[in-house]
Ligand binder design. Structure first.
Ligand code: KIV
Ligand code: ZN
Length: 510
């Protein structure tokens, strides 16, 4: 039997730190549910000291996850952060605190202003303090990839002696080459006393496009935990992508002496979900989950694949869930059929909620003849986005064409139930709709990015719009909206971004 490699997912923490990828607590819960279905071993649910909302989100994830996975919370090496993590993990059946400190010269002198001795002392104290509250404490040696390697060993020995159960060796800046990083992991495995009782973890970033290669070099050299994220989401260029790491281990298990327990058929759904929730599109040529990952366009390749799939495909698309669903619902599908399919997709509703869901399903089914899984996912996720709606778009009428002046009339309901009917003209229908919405909402946002894509095939497909809107204090907010009418999707996406902006401002004021 090969070594079991624990998959530590950090989509909800490092991934959520990507600019504009922030998720509200409902969205975090939806993603966490999918991570459970995927079968990851550890879910890093957030950084509780960063805000009360984040702390509550980690609590909610803890109660939802139960004992199906370890739930982990990040804390810098200070008692305040660790206390917040303890609070946040109260509901978790298998809690882990992930604490740590910078160990490279750059971090110690330029960021923290501490000596090496102080660094070792703070690291050991943080671990010992966290161990008073939970049995599972992971230590991260931030920027280990660029640290003096003898000093790294000194810090790691101190935290193992202080009770760390997992030691994480991050290449925080994605600077290393795979051989060098592998050698660093090997040195740790060979030199730390008591290492046999400790899990060695790798956490790599993609600044040189090497994150997956680095993570695998770590596994080859003794690591038994990999920290990664769906679609490789994470700070700057991102983290090692979960789907790449898991599939590489699946295909090269013997050579790496490794296997994971991830249910790979859930990968595609996880990728789509995270992309939709964060508004971060997956590039078409992205390994494993990109739209082109399994398409063959050149004649020679098509000919080869038709003769034998393995001429050009190393992965069966079905293994990662990249085959379209065969189940298609229509307006004739009843409550039971919809409820059954939604529960297979992992969504369950109370009876009173389900009536609303069914109504929305019928609206979509009336507009489109066939409703696919992707439509259902988009419909359900749209509901979770609008739970904390400050403004809701109730209706939108557009007049446009050549030579008409594009004009929008929008009906918007505010959180107190007041109805506002507003109109505006613009350079195009979307511009007119946004100007009309701006007449009601209390904040101003500059549109930085706008993208529209069809969720399923056909001319009647649902069109999903993702926008990035910049607030007056230069923060980016993603908004999403979907409808069979792309102008309505556009307006919903803008209102969604405005709602996020207001909710975030309120939580900061809290
Ligand atoms: O990249 C990094 O060093 C991190 C740590 C907080 C684990 O994300
Ligand atoms: Zn990181």
């Amino acid at each position: 039997m090969t070594r079991k490699i624990c998959i530590f997912d950090t989509t909800l923490r490092d991934g959520e730190q990507s600019p504009g990828a922030s998720m509200n607590s409902q969205e975090k819960l939806v993603v966490a549910r999918q991570l459970v279905r995927l079968g990851v071993d550890v879910i890093e649910a957030g950084f509780p000291a960063s805000s009360p909302g984040e702390l509550r989100a980690v609590q909610e994830i803890g109660s939802m996850v139960g004992d199906t996975a370890v739930v982990c919370a990040l804390a810098r090496a200070n008692e305040g952060d660790i206390d917040a993590a303890v609070q946040a993990l109260k509901t978790a059946k298998r809690p882990r605190i992930h604490t740590g400190i910078g160990v490279s010269e750059q971090h110690m002198t330029k960021k923290l202003g501490i000596t090496r001795d102080e660094c070792v002392e703070r690291a050991a104290h943080a671990v010992a303090y966290a161990r008073k509250f939970v049995d599972d404490v992971e230590f991260y040696a931030e920027d280990a990839g660029r640290a003096d390697q003898d000093f790294l060993l000194r810090v790691l020995q101190a935290v193992v002696d202080a009770g760390a159960t997992v030691i994480n060796i991050p290449d925080t800046t994605g600077f290393c080459l795979p051989e060098e990083y592998g050698a660093c992991v090997k040195r740790v495995c060979d030199s730390i006393q008591g290492i046999e009782n400790v899990v060695v973890s790798v956490h790599t970033h993609d600044d040189l496009g090497l994150a997956t290669a680095l993570a695998l070099a770590g596994v080859r050299n003794g690591a038994t935990q990999v920290e990664c994220s769906i679609n490789g989401l994470g700070e700057r260029a991102g983290n090692a992508s979960l789907e790449e790491v898991v599939m590489a281990i699946k295909l090269h298990g013997e050579e790496l002496d490794a296997h994971t327990d991830v249910r790979t058929t859930e990968i595609m759904r996880a990728s789509r979900l995270v992309s939709r929730v964060t508004g971060m599109q997956v590039q078409s040529n992205k390994a494993i989950v990109g739209a082109n990952a399994f398409s063959h366009s050149s004649g020679i390749h098509q000919d080869g694949v038709l003769k034998a799939r393995d001429t050009y495909e190393i992965i069966d698309p079905a293994d990662v869930g990249a085959i379209g669903s065969e189940i298609i619902l229509t307006s004739r599908s009843g409550h039971a059929a919809l409820r059954h399919r939604l529960s297979e997709l992992g969504y369950t509703f109370r009876d009173d909620e389900f009536d609303d869901v069914y109504k929305r399903f019928l609206e979509i089914a009336d507009q489109k003849k066939e409703v696919y899984d992707e439509d259902l996912e988009s419909m359900v996720q749209e509901r979770s986005r609008e739970v904390a709606a400050v403004y809701t778009l109730a209706a939108l009428q557009i007049q446009c064409g050549d030579p008409l002046v594009p004009t929008a009339v929008a009906t918007i309901i505010d959180e107190d139930g007041n109805k506002h009917v507003v109109s505006a003209t613009g350079t195009g229908p979307v511009d007119a709709a946004y100007k009309a919405i701006d007449r009601v909402v209390s904040v101003h946002g500059d549109l930085e990015e706008y993208a529209v894509k069809a969720i399923t095939r056909g001319i009647d497909a649902i069109g999903e719009v993702v926008v990035r809107v910049k607030s007056e204090d230069d923060k980016l907010f993603v908004g999403r909206g979907s409808d069979t009418d792309v102008i309505v999707s556009s307006a919903k996406a803008y209102v969604n971004a405005i709602n996020r902006m207001i909710t975030m401002q309120r939580s900061r004021e809290d």
